[in-house]
Design a protein around this ligand. Sequence first.
Ligand code: ADP
Length: 278
Amino acid sequence: MDSKSAIAAPGAPKATGAAIVVAGIDAGSTAVKLVLHDENRFGFWQRPSGWSPGETARELLQEALTAWGRTKEELAYICGTGYGRVNLPFLDSAVTEIACHARGAVHLRPGVRLVIDIGGQDAKGILVSSTGRVIDFVMNDKCAAGTGRFLAVMAHALGMEVADMGACIPGSVEAQPQPINAMCTVFAESEVIGLLNQGIDRRAIIAGLHQSVARRVSAMVARLGAPGPVLFTGGVARNAGVRAALEKALGCPVEVKEQSPFAGAIGAALIAREKAAG
Ligand code: ADP
Protein backbone atom coordinates (compact mmCIF):
# COMPACT_ATOMS: atom_id res chain seq x y z
CA MET A 1 0.00 0.00 0.00
CA ASP A 2 1.44 3.41 -0.82
CA SER A 3 0.72 6.72 0.82
CA LYS A 4 -2.05 7.47 -1.66
CA SER A 5 -4.10 4.59 -0.31
CA ALA A 6 -3.33 5.28 3.33
CA ILE A 7 -6.10 4.43 5.77
CA ALA A 8 -6.52 7.86 7.30
CA ALA A 9 -9.19 7.46 9.93
CA PRO A 10 -12.10 7.58 7.48
CA GLY A 11 -14.82 9.90 8.57
CA ALA A 12 -12.91 10.98 11.65
CA PRO A 13 -13.58 14.47 12.94
CA LYS A 14 -10.99 17.17 12.27
CA ALA A 15 -8.62 17.53 15.18
CA THR A 16 -9.36 20.47 17.41
CA GLY A 17 -6.53 22.84 18.26
CA ALA A 18 -6.63 21.63 21.86
CA ALA A 19 -6.09 17.91 21.14
CA ILE A 20 -2.53 16.77 21.80
CA VAL A 21 -1.17 14.90 18.79
CA VAL A 22 1.64 12.35 18.97
CA ALA A 23 3.24 10.14 16.32
CA GLY A 24 4.54 6.59 16.29
CA ILE A 25 6.79 5.51 13.42
CA ASP A 26 7.83 1.95 12.60
CA ALA A 27 10.67 2.21 10.09
CA GLY A 28 10.81 -1.34 8.76
CA SER A 29 12.99 -2.97 6.13
CA THR A 30 10.11 -3.09 3.65
CA ALA A 31 7.68 -0.37 4.68
CA VAL A 32 7.54 2.66 6.93
CA LYS A 33 4.36 2.64 9.00
CA LEU A 34 3.16 5.80 10.70
CA VAL A 35 0.40 6.34 13.23
CA LEU A 36 -0.90 9.71 14.40
CA HIS A 37 -2.85 9.64 17.63
CA ASP A 38 -4.86 12.22 19.53
CA GLU A 39 -7.39 11.82 22.31
CA ASN A 40 -10.10 10.71 19.92
CA ARG A 41 -8.56 8.79 17.07
CA PHE A 42 -5.74 6.99 15.35
CA GLY A 43 -4.70 7.60 11.73
CA PHE A 44 -2.63 5.16 9.68
CA TRP A 45 -0.21 5.72 6.82
CA GLN A 46 2.24 3.43 5.11
CA ARG A 47 4.76 3.72 2.31
CA PRO A 48 7.54 1.45 0.95
CA SER A 49 10.78 2.20 2.83
CA GLY A 50 12.70 2.86 -0.40
CA TRP A 51 16.41 3.65 -0.44
CA SER A 52 16.16 6.04 2.51
CA PRO A 53 13.72 5.05 5.29
CA GLY A 54 14.62 8.32 7.09
CA GLU A 55 13.55 10.44 4.13
CA THR A 56 10.47 8.29 3.54
CA ALA A 57 9.45 8.68 7.19
CA ARG A 58 9.92 12.46 7.03
CA GLU A 59 7.70 12.70 3.92
CA LEU A 60 5.09 10.39 5.40
CA LEU A 61 4.97 12.43 8.60
CA GLN A 62 4.41 15.61 6.60
CA GLU A 63 1.66 13.95 4.58
CA ALA A 64 -0.06 12.66 7.72
CA LEU A 65 0.11 16.05 9.47
CA THR A 66 -1.31 17.77 6.40
CA ALA A 67 -4.17 15.24 6.30
CA TRP A 68 -4.99 16.04 9.92
CA GLY A 69 -4.54 19.80 9.41
CA ARG A 70 -1.70 20.00 11.95
CA THR A 71 1.89 21.24 11.86
CA LYS A 72 5.10 19.61 13.05
CA GLU A 73 5.34 22.22 15.81
CA GLU A 74 2.02 20.99 17.18
CA LEU A 75 3.29 17.41 17.56
CA ALA A 76 3.81 16.78 21.26
CA TYR A 77 6.06 13.74 20.85
CA ILE A 78 7.43 11.40 18.15
CA CYS A 79 8.46 7.88 19.12
CA GLY A 80 10.17 5.57 16.63
CA THR A 81 10.84 1.87 16.35
CA GLY A 82 11.86 -0.64 13.68
CA TYR A 83 15.15 -1.49 12.12
CA GLY A 84 15.49 1.96 10.51
CA ARG A 85 14.81 3.95 13.68
CA VAL A 86 18.48 4.91 14.02
CA ASN A 87 18.10 6.85 10.76
CA LEU A 88 15.31 9.10 12.02
CA PRO A 89 17.03 12.18 13.50
CA PHE A 90 13.72 13.95 14.22
CA LEU A 91 12.52 11.40 16.83
CA ASP A 92 12.05 12.40 20.46
CA SER A 93 12.92 8.84 21.43
CA ALA A 94 13.50 5.40 19.92
CA VAL A 95 12.10 2.25 21.53
CA THR A 96 12.79 -1.44 20.82
CA GLU A 97 10.58 -3.35 18.42
CA ILE A 98 9.66 -5.91 21.08
CA ALA A 99 8.32 -3.23 23.44
CA CYS A 100 6.40 -1.42 20.69
CA HIS A 101 4.95 -4.53 19.02
CA ALA A 102 3.80 -5.92 22.36
CA ARG A 103 2.23 -2.60 23.33
CA GLY A 104 0.47 -2.26 20.00
CA ALA A 105 -0.73 -5.88 20.08
CA VAL A 106 -2.22 -5.49 23.57
CA HIS A 107 -4.05 -2.38 22.34
CA LEU A 108 -5.39 -4.20 19.26
CA ARG A 109 -6.32 -7.33 21.18
CA PRO A 110 -6.69 -6.82 24.93
CA GLY A 111 -5.88 -10.08 26.72
CA VAL A 112 -3.50 -11.32 24.02
CA ARG A 113 -0.85 -13.70 25.41
CA LEU A 114 1.24 -14.60 22.36
CA VAL A 115 2.12 -12.13 19.61
CA ILE A 116 3.48 -13.54 16.36
CA ASP A 117 4.96 -10.79 14.24
CA ILE A 118 6.19 -11.62 10.74
CA GLY A 119 7.70 -8.67 8.91
CA GLY A 120 9.86 -8.14 5.87
CA GLN A 121 13.10 -9.39 7.30
CA ASP A 122 12.41 -10.98 10.64
CA ALA A 123 9.90 -13.01 12.62
CA LYS A 124 9.23 -12.61 16.33
CA GLY A 125 7.25 -14.35 19.01
CA ILE A 126 6.42 -12.31 22.12
CA LEU A 127 4.94 -13.81 25.27
CA VAL A 128 2.79 -11.28 27.10
CA SER A 129 1.50 -11.51 30.67
CA SER A 130 -2.18 -11.24 31.52
CA THR A 131 -1.46 -7.61 32.47
CA GLY A 132 0.19 -6.84 29.11
CA ARG A 133 3.84 -7.03 30.23
CA VAL A 134 6.50 -8.66 28.02
CA ILE A 135 7.57 -11.90 29.71
CA ASP A 136 9.82 -13.40 27.02
CA PHE A 137 10.46 -13.32 23.29
CA VAL A 138 12.12 -15.24 20.47
CA MET A 139 13.30 -13.83 17.19
CA ASN A 140 14.68 -14.90 13.82
CA ASP A 141 16.57 -12.06 12.19
CA LYS A 142 19.41 -14.16 10.84
CA CYS A 143 17.75 -16.00 7.99
CA ALA A 144 15.16 -14.91 5.39
CA ALA A 145 13.29 -18.24 5.58
CA GLY A 146 10.16 -17.80 7.68
CA THR A 147 9.91 -14.05 6.93
CA GLY A 148 8.10 -11.81 4.46
CA ARG A 149 11.26 -11.64 2.39
CA PHE A 150 11.02 -15.39 1.76
CA LEU A 151 7.47 -14.94 0.41
CA ALA A 152 8.48 -11.89 -1.66
CA VAL A 153 11.30 -13.87 -3.33
CA MET A 154 8.94 -16.78 -4.03
CA ALA A 155 6.25 -14.47 -5.42
CA HIS A 156 8.83 -13.17 -7.87
CA ALA A 157 9.79 -16.73 -8.88
CA LEU A 158 6.09 -17.52 -9.36
CA GLY A 159 5.55 -14.38 -11.44
CA MET A 160 2.96 -12.87 -9.11
CA GLU A 161 2.47 -10.18 -6.47
CA VAL A 162 3.05 -11.17 -2.85
CA ALA A 163 -0.35 -9.62 -2.04
CA ASP A 164 -2.05 -12.21 -4.26
CA MET A 165 -0.50 -15.26 -2.57
CA GLY A 166 -2.74 -15.18 0.49
CA ALA A 167 -5.76 -16.61 -1.28
CA CYS A 168 -4.11 -20.08 -1.30
CA ILE A 169 -4.98 -21.58 2.06
CA PRO A 170 -3.11 -24.81 2.86
CA GLY A 171 -5.37 -27.82 3.04
CA SER A 172 -8.25 -26.21 1.13
CA VAL A 173 -9.71 -28.30 -1.67
CA GLU A 174 -8.15 -26.05 -4.29
CA ALA A 175 -4.71 -26.00 -2.73
CA GLN A 176 -3.30 -29.18 -1.23
CA PRO A 177 0.18 -28.06 -0.16
CA GLN A 178 3.14 -29.20 -2.23
CA PRO A 179 5.86 -29.76 0.41
CA ILE A 180 8.86 -27.45 -0.03
CA ASN A 181 11.93 -29.26 1.26
CA ALA A 182 14.67 -26.63 0.95
CA MET A 183 15.43 -24.88 4.25
CA CYS A 184 17.17 -21.92 2.65
CA THR A 185 15.49 -19.14 0.62
CA VAL A 186 17.93 -19.42 -2.30
CA PHE A 187 17.51 -23.21 -2.58
CA ALA A 188 13.75 -22.95 -2.04
CA GLU A 189 13.55 -20.52 -4.97
CA SER A 190 15.31 -23.11 -7.20
CA GLU A 191 12.98 -25.79 -5.85
CA VAL A 192 9.92 -23.68 -6.72
CA ILE A 193 11.19 -23.07 -10.25
CA GLY A 194 11.82 -26.85 -10.59
CA LEU A 195 8.29 -27.64 -9.39
CA LEU A 196 6.79 -25.16 -11.86
CA ASN A 197 8.78 -26.82 -14.65
CA GLN A 198 7.37 -30.20 -13.59
CA GLY A 199 3.90 -28.75 -14.09
CA ILE A 200 2.94 -28.72 -10.40
CA ASP A 201 -0.10 -26.50 -9.75
CA ARG A 202 1.01 -23.02 -8.68
CA ARG A 203 -1.64 -22.93 -5.95
CA ALA A 204 -0.23 -26.10 -4.41
CA ILE A 205 3.27 -24.60 -4.44
CA ILE A 206 2.01 -21.42 -2.77
CA ALA A 207 0.19 -23.45 -0.13
CA GLY A 208 3.43 -25.38 0.47
CA LEU A 209 5.32 -22.10 0.87
CA HIS A 210 2.80 -20.86 3.45
CA GLN A 211 3.15 -24.15 5.29
CA SER A 212 6.94 -23.80 5.23
CA VAL A 213 6.77 -20.30 6.81
CA ALA A 214 4.22 -21.46 9.39
CA ARG A 215 6.26 -24.51 10.41
CA ARG A 216 9.40 -22.46 10.87
CA VAL A 217 7.66 -19.80 12.91
CA SER A 218 5.66 -22.25 15.01
CA ALA A 219 8.84 -24.21 15.81
CA MET A 220 10.48 -20.94 16.88
CA VAL A 221 7.63 -19.85 19.18
CA ALA A 222 7.03 -23.36 20.60
CA ARG A 223 9.08 -22.75 23.74
CA LEU A 224 6.98 -19.70 24.62
CA GLY A 225 3.76 -21.71 24.66
CA ALA A 226 0.40 -20.12 23.90
CA PRO A 227 -1.35 -19.65 27.26
CA GLY A 228 -4.16 -17.60 25.72
CA PRO A 229 -5.21 -15.61 22.66
CA VAL A 230 -2.67 -15.46 19.82
CA LEU A 231 -2.47 -12.32 17.65
CA PHE A 232 -0.69 -12.27 14.29
CA THR A 233 0.94 -8.90 13.43
CA GLY A 234 3.34 -7.49 10.82
CA GLY A 235 2.84 -7.16 7.07
CA VAL A 236 2.57 -10.94 6.57
CA ALA A 237 -0.56 -10.92 8.76
CA ARG A 238 -2.29 -9.69 5.58
CA ASN A 239 -1.65 -13.14 4.11
CA ALA A 240 -4.66 -15.33 4.97
CA GLY A 241 -2.82 -18.44 3.75
CA VAL A 242 0.00 -18.00 6.28
CA ARG A 243 -2.54 -17.34 9.03
CA ALA A 244 -4.41 -20.57 8.24
CA ALA A 245 -1.15 -22.50 8.07
CA LEU A 246 -0.11 -21.06 11.44
CA GLU A 247 -3.41 -22.14 12.99
CA LYS A 248 -2.80 -25.64 11.75
CA ALA A 249 0.83 -25.73 12.89
CA LEU A 250 0.06 -24.29 16.33
CA GLY A 251 -3.24 -26.14 16.76
CA CYS A 252 -5.06 -23.04 18.01
CA PRO A 253 -6.87 -19.98 16.61
CA VAL A 254 -4.64 -17.16 15.37
CA GLU A 255 -6.34 -13.76 15.32
CA VAL A 256 -5.63 -10.98 12.84
CA LYS A 257 -6.89 -7.42 13.24
CA GLU A 258 -7.35 -4.95 10.40
CA GLN A 259 -4.51 -2.86 11.80
CA SER A 260 -2.21 -5.84 12.59
CA PRO A 261 0.48 -4.53 10.17
CA PHE A 262 0.60 -1.29 12.21
CA ALA A 263 1.09 -2.91 15.64
CA GLY A 264 4.65 -1.57 16.06
CA ALA A 265 3.67 1.97 15.06
CA ILE A 266 0.56 1.89 17.27
CA GLY A 267 2.73 0.81 20.21
CA ALA A 268 5.18 3.62 19.47
CA ALA A 269 2.31 6.14 19.35
CA LEU A 270 0.94 4.93 22.70
CA ILE A 271 4.40 5.20 24.27
CA ALA A 272 4.70 8.70 22.72
CA ARG A 273 1.41 9.67 24.38
CA GLU A 274 2.70 8.54 27.78
CA LYS A 275 5.97 10.44 27.34
CA ALA A 276 4.11 13.57 26.20
CA ALA A 277 2.01 13.38 29.36
CA GLY A 278 5.28 13.32 31.35
P1 ADP B 1 8.98 -4.45 7.81
O1 ADP B 1 8.45 -3.96 9.14
O2 ADP B 1 10.24 -5.25 7.92
O3 ADP B 1 9.08 -3.34 6.80
P2 ADP B 1 6.33 -5.44 7.28
O4 ADP B 1 5.83 -5.79 8.65
O5 ADP B 1 5.82 -4.19 6.68
O6 ADP B 1 7.91 -5.48 7.25
O7 ADP B 1 6.00 -6.69 6.34
C1 ADP B 1 6.46 -6.74 5.00
C2 ADP B 1 6.02 -8.05 4.41
O8 ADP B 1 4.60 -8.14 4.44
C3 ADP B 1 6.39 -8.22 2.93
O9 ADP B 1 7.66 -8.80 2.80
C4 ADP B 1 5.30 -9.13 2.41
O10 ADP B 1 5.69 -10.49 2.51
C5 ADP B 1 4.13 -8.92 3.36
N1 ADP B 1 3.01 -8.20 2.76
C6 ADP B 1 2.91 -6.87 2.55
N2 ADP B 1 1.73 -6.55 1.99
C7 ADP B 1 1.05 -7.71 1.85
C8 ADP B 1 -0.23 -8.05 1.35
N3 ADP B 1 -1.07 -7.13 0.87
N4 ADP B 1 -0.61 -9.36 1.36
C9 ADP B 1 0.23 -10.30 1.85
N5 ADP B 1 1.46 -10.04 2.34
C10 ADP B 1 1.86 -8.77 2.35
